[in-house]
Design a protein around this ligand. Structure first.
Ligand SMILES: CC(C)(COP(=O)(O)OP(=O)(O)OC[C@H]1O[C@@H](n2cnc3c(N)ncnc32)[C@H](O)[C@@H]1OP(=O)(O)O)[C@@H](O)C(=O)NCCC(=O)NCCS
Length: 168
């Protein structure tokens, strides 16, 4: 999106084709290969998808990232990860705030995502942004047949400030 550079802090950057190796490295570190190279290339080129990469302010190293799809008036958060060596420093919080900021610019009204039922850290993060559990997909994940929780956050178009949780 053209508005990205003026909307986001300088350490959050929109991914371009030049970032493909960075994305694959982050994917391997955060998820042990969730998406393929072709998948990331499709996301970068899609007009309905935004990928943000967080660069650690001190080292400028890329250490966290996330992706959001715009579908009708919904923001679907499809991936969010922080390198294991850099977790619990508020980086995913900033990526999520950036993704939701972009969703607001696109005038999307609500956000949704799926998360493993056992992923307490991610659930705490999403909850701090006002996401609520709205459903459960039984045995959704093929690796361990774990349930997925479906989370929604409505009211993106009603004065929601995604950066507020980063300031607390
Ligand atoms: C979930 C994940 C993205 C969080 O990244 P992060 O950069 O460490 O998160 P942040 O530092 O921004 O944490 C923000 C808040 O989330 C919650 N949180 C994050 N990780 C947590 C953990 N391991 N245990 C408990 N709460 C946690 C806390 O409330 C935290 O705030 P606090 O540190 O002030 O207590 C990261 O653990 C990760 O990449 N996990 C593997 C991939 C994954 O599960 N992605 C989510 C899929 S939906």
């Amino acid at each position: 999106m053209d508005l990205i550079p003026t909307l986001l802090p300088s350490h959050l950057k929109s991914a371009t084709l030049e970032d493909i190796e960075t994305l694959l490295a982050l994917d391997g570190d955060c998820f042990t290969k969730l998406w393929s190279r072709d998948h990331y290339l499709r996301e970068i080129e899609s007009p309905n998808s935004d990928i943000l990469i967080f660069h650690q302010p001190e080292s400028h190293r890329p250490v966290a990232y996330g992706c959001v799809w715009a579908i009708v008036d919904e923001a679907h958060i499809t991936i969010l990860g922080t390198h294991p060596d850099h977790q619990r420093r508020g980086y995913a919080r900033q990526v999520l705030a950036g993704l939701l900021q972009l969703a607001i610019v696109r005038q999307l009204k609500q956000a949704t995502l799926e998360v493993r039922a056992s992923n307490e850290g991610a659930l705490a993060l999403y909850s701090s942004f006002g996401f609520e559990v709205a459903g459960r997909r039984k045995k959704y994940y093929s690796d361990n047949r774990e349930d997925a929780l479906i989370l929604w956050r409505s009211g993106l178009d009603r004065g929601f400030d995604p950066w507020q949780t980063c300031r607390q």
